[in-house]
Design a protein around this ligand. Structure first.
Ligand code: HEM
Length: 365
């Protein structure tokens, strides 16, 4: 792709660079100090006094219970390792070193949404993939993606309300339909996004899922041209390749572990370039399918391990840890995510830990 095909949508601004160690509270704490302020501004449109990172994190605990040492969302997961091989095509869009031809080590984490680390796997539970790229000179790129083509909420307060509206009634095992209907009538953007999500049923497993970054970012190339982007990971594994075992409690994770024992899994990383008028502040809306897509490389994951000290268990996949050349957009979810992930990370890091629900090492507990 040459520069002429990149639409100049806005005056370029200096990209945000955040450098930090992959593990360690000190570095993450420093990032939190920046992002909490951003979150309060984002939430300020509705209720700056009450919607804080702590309250949003409390709501996960209110809905899913308190589980010492686990993430407050996407609590159930396994660590993964592998690498990213860049095609070099991404350099037309961004100066980020990750897009230069070469190979970069990657730490990943496959997860299921929800705050209960012992919940049984289910096809319709949202699947997550977090990736941390270890770039030269100590730079990091972290991204956390899910398997739905849009996000249900446009704003942090919408997310906060939806958590409670979706809380399962213990009597029926389902959300209270009246509460959900009332919530959706107040949030037409969520109703529309959920209809779109329903039209994209999940695949058979983690290995053949497409993972979407959903939030928009701004990429700047070495000519100083800045464009809005979204990224996704498209599996090279064909649909249904997982060879599903009988549906036990952890059937999705067991199938993933079995697939990786047979060989590495690969996803193409596609960067979609927005055009003027494409919303960068609304993850409930897809961009038109005609947008230019750049194939920037391949993520290869070779191994999964049970969560343990110093693997992905101890990573905060904060979406605002970005390399030079990629900057946040005006999407209000981004600063909220950053602040709440850090709140969740800080809480879980200070708690006693118990063994993860998912045994990916093959060792009986
Ligand atoms: C306001 C919106 C959101 C809130 C409040 C929120 C909250 C959280 C929290 C508290 C965690 C656990 C963090 C940790 O302890 O490390 C988490 C993890 C995660 N979230 Fe979100 N999230 C939001 C939006 C999103 C969006 C838009 C996506 C996808 C594009 C996403 C994907 C994920 C994934 C994949 C994980 C698991 C990452 C890991 O393995 O550590 N979230 N989220």
């Amino acid at each position: 792709m040459d520069d002429a095909t990149i639409p100049p949508v806005q005056a370029s601004r200096p990209p945000v660079s955040r450098r930090s160690a992959l593990f360690g509270l000190a570095a993450v704490g420093a990032i939190a100090a920046v992002d909490v302020g951003g979150f309060l501004c984002a939430a300020g449109a509705l209720d700056a006094d009450t919607l804080t990172p702590a309250r949003l994190t409390d709501r996960f605990e209110e809905v899913a219970g308190h589980h010492d040492g686990f993430r407050r969302n996407h609590a159930k997961g396994v660590s993964a390792t592998g690498y990213f091989t860049a095609t070099g095509a991404g350099s037309a869009v961004s100066t980020a070193s990750v897009f230069r031809v070469g190979r970069i080590p990657v730490t990943g984490r496959f997860s299921l949404s929800g705050g209960n680390p012992f919940a049984p796997d289910a096809d319709d539970t949202v699947r997550g993939l977090g990736l941390a790229f270890d770039l030269p000179d100590g730079e990091q790129w972290r991204t956390a993606m899910i398997n739905t083509p849009v996000f249900p909420d446009r704003t942090p307060d919408g997310f906060y309300e939806r958590l409670l509206a979706s809380k399962k009634d213990p009597a029926t095992g389902k959300p209270d339909p009246d509460r959900m209907a009332a919530f959706l009538s107040r949030r037409p953007e969520t109703a529309a996004a959920m209809n779109l999500i329903r039209r994209h049923p999940p695949t058979s497993g983690f290995d053949n899922s497409t993972f979407y970054g959903l939030n928009a970012f701004q990429c700047t190339n070495d000519s100083g041209v800045t464009v809005p982007v979204r990224w996704s990971l498209v599996p090279e594994q064909p649909a249904g390749s997982a060879g599903l075992p009988p549906k036990g409690r952890d059937y999705l994770f067991d199938a993933l572990t079995a697939a990786l024992r047979r060989g590495p899994l690969r996803w193409r990383m596609l960067v979609t370039i927005g055009r003027p008028g494409d919303r960068t502040d609304d993850a409930t809306r897809p961009w038109p399918p005609t947008r230019q897509v750049v194939d920037v490389g391949t993520v290869t994951l070779e191994e999964v391990r049970t969560e343990a000290p110093h693997n992905a268990r101890d990573v905060n996949f904060d979406p605002l840890v970005l390399p030079t050349g990629i900057a946040p957009s005006d999407d209000p979810l981004l600063s909220a995510r950053s602040a709440v992930y850090t709140e969740s990370f800080t809480r879980r890091s200070g708690e006693p830990t118990s063994p993860s629900a998912v045994d990916a090492d093959g060792s009986a507990r």
